[in-house]
Write a protein that binds this ligand. Structure first.
Ligand code: XMP
Length: 530
């Protein structure tokens, strides 16, 4: 078992960020609900405990409270924001509503530099606050070690029990040296080593996959996205030819996408890859459909059908046809199914009113495979965050092109063609999109932004090309920055780059005579147009 820090989640929007910061210190971290029994926590043998922030007040009737026995586990505890109130509430301090809500940047003055949390840090630090209630009397045995303008107890400690509290949020980027504070906690105070690396994880995961799957066969739906690609490479390392990947071409892919996947996985990695070209079927079913939700449903259903058929399940598709003479039926003895599920998908969100994290669940993904496909699931990425998955991909030798790929929706270009999806429109969008990707990459912007893509609008307008009047489509350019896709802002690209992309699209893409740039943030807009 990895040395680990347990974080109790009291509903702060930053809880997952704390978990990531700890892992960036090369220490494994686990997020648990705030009310996880102390006994259960003890079985994990954590080296330390962090109490996260949260939107509640400790004196509210339905305030989320931990098992009081966590204070008897005999391990160091760090309370952040609401976590400090928890310390006070249980250990004899006092919390009151602050007269002024302290929100935003503040300056922390460290009054006692010998506090191990501030080891090797300067006396004055920029910090980020976000709290209404504040500590007005210290819990027993605690002293104040740092102050802000608004609080005499911005950082508190009880060195005898190794309990610490911070009123501010060291995990956010607006506390520039916060990472060092966490490092001081996990290494200096909890005594953790630096064993959590993706290099070590490969070994551990390979052993676990082998133990779970044994000599059985396993199947994986490869989309070409980061998660399924990394899962494929990892499982292949563990099981070699026991793994078969199925790649479904739904006809809604970007230019060269199918080729890249076949090149990387089939030729370079020599993974057994079934390439199922179902593009004609998808397009036939999308004919005449303009409603975005219907499009999604049709695509989701068709995908499942095609995938099932590929796995040799009884379905209408497999009856009539067998692609490339392949023996589809021979796959039916695959008992395991691999999925690229990530940690944020499995964390149980805390049901506290006003907790935005509770709403951050994948609202998009088409409901998964039907239950009647009785597979045992193998999910080797389910304890990893996205940035760790990327590191793992590099560790496994996947190319940057795949590892640092921008997110791409499952229903593909269908959500970027407004109105009916036809072969002609797909071609126009693919051509425009290739120019966007090419120019973003050559200017160095591609890997700096969350997403950059073209959208094809169904409106046509008048233009002039040479001496001729044109009546063609419009391309909207969407380039956004974001942390997790839940909120986003449009990227202020240099005019020269915008000019180049627009000129190239209008000159090179037949059927387009106008290019516009979307300057809507999310909310109120969404990233995709649909
Ligand atoms: P919106 O358009 O809701 O998108 O602002 C947020 C993020 O989700 C991606 N997206 C999808 N991802 N399947 C996916 O796996 C989907 O059906 C889907 N639809 C949108 C979108 O690209 C953005 O990053």
């Amino acid at each position: 078992m990895n040395e680990q820090i347990v974080i109790l989640d009291f509903g702060s929007q930053y809880t997952q960020v704390i978990a990531r910061r700890i892992r960036e210190c090369n220490v494994y971290s686990t997020l648990l609900r705030y009310d996880t029994p102390a006994k259960e926590i003890a079985t994990l043998k954590p080296r330390g405990l962090i109490l996260s922030g949260g939107p509640a007040s400790v004196y509210a009737e339905d305030a989320p409270l931990p098992d009081k026995n966590i204070f008897k586990l005999g391990i160091p505890i760090l309370g952040i924001c609401y976590g400090v109130q928890i310390l006070a509430h249980f250990l004899g301090g006092k919390v009151e509503p602050g007269r002024k809500r302290e929100f935003g940047k503040g300056t922390l003055i460290v009054r006692d530099g010998s506090c191990p949390l501030f080891n090797d840090l300067p006396e004055t630090l920029q910090v980020w606050n976000s709290h209404g209630d504040k500590l007005t009397r210290l819990p027993k045995g605690f002293v104040s070690v740092a102050t802000t303008e608004n609080s005499d107890y911005a950082a508190i400690e009880n060195r005898a029990t190794n309990f610490y509290g911070l009123q501010f949020h060291p995990e956010v980027v607006h506390t520039p040296r916060g990472r060092e504070i966490y490092s001081n906690f996990v290494h200096g105070i909890c005594g953790c080593g630096k064993d959590w690396t993706m290099r070590n994880y490969v070994e551990q995961a390979v052993a676990e996959i082998r133990a779970q799957v044994g000599g059985e066969k396993i199947i994986l739906g490869l989309s070409g996205g980061v998660d399924s690609s990394v899962a494929a490479a990892l499982i292949h390392k563990a099981l070699g030819d026991q793994l078969t990947c199925i790649f479904v071409n739904n006809g809604l892919l970007r230019a060269r996408e199918a080729e890249v996947v076949q090149e990387v996985f089939g030729r370079n990695f020599r993974i057994r890859l079934l390439y199922e070209d179902a593009s004609k079927l998808f397009l036939a079913r999308l004919r005449g459909v303009t409603d975005p939700e219907r499009k999604r449903k049709i695509i989701g259903r068709t995908f499942i059908e095609v995938f099932q058929a590929a796995v040799g399940w009884a379905s209408s598709l497999s009856k009539g046809r067998r692609a490339g003479g392949r023996q589809a039926g021979s796959l039916s003895h695959y008992r395991f199914l691999a999925q690229g599920t990530l940690y944020p998908d499995v964390i149980e969100s805390v049901p506290i009113a006003g907790n935005p994290a509770a709403m951050i669940k994948s609202h998009h993904n088409v409901g998964g495979l039907p239950k009647k496909m009785k597979f045992k699931l193998v999910e080797p990425l389910k304890c990893l965050f996205k940035d760790e998955v990327r590191q793992l991909g590099l560790e496994l030798g996947l190319p940057k092109e795949i590892v640092h790929r921008q997110p791409f929706p499952g229903p593909g270009l269908a959500v970027r063609i407004l109105g009916e999806v036809t072969a002609d429109r797909l071609q126009i969008l693919r051509n425009a999109d290739s120019i966007v990707v090419e120019e973003m990459k050559s200017s160095g912007w591609y890997y700096k932004v969350w997403q950059s893509f073209a959208v094809l609008l169904p409106v046509r307008s008048v233009g002039v090309m040479g001496d001729e009047r044109t009546y063609d489509y419009t391309i909207a350019l969407r380039v956004v920055e974001s942390q997790d896709g839940m909120t986003a802002d449009w990227v202020r690209l240099p005019y020269e780059l915008l000019e180049k992309i627009s000129n190239r699209i209008v000159n090179e893409v037949k059927g387009v005579n106008r290019c516009v740039f979307d300057i809507t943030s999310k909310p109120p807009g969404t990233i995709e147009w649909e």
